[in-house]
Design a protein around this ligand. Sequence first.
Ligand SMILES: [Zn+2]
Length: 93
Amino acid sequence: MADEQIRTIGGCHMCKRTFSFVPAQVMTVMMDPETRLPLGMTVSGAFREPTPEATARAVEAYVCPDCVDKVKQLKEFMDRPAPPFGTWQRGNP
Ligand SMILES: [Zn+2]
């Protein structure tokens, strides 16, 4: 028998794509089933400290590698100290 890690098929919570993964290595996020958004994320996309009620009802959901990359990019964007609005120009130069 080959010493391979057992892969499982599951659905990505974010893009609904079916993908195979090693359960011990897959990225999961805590989802609030009531808002169907990641725990702590508001409908507007901003992060907020999750309420104890939301934390209690949160469920673990699988995320495919593609969406993990997207989340990382989003986090990097939001971690920036100031949005790059200073370079905006208006009207005629
Ligand atoms: Zn996905």
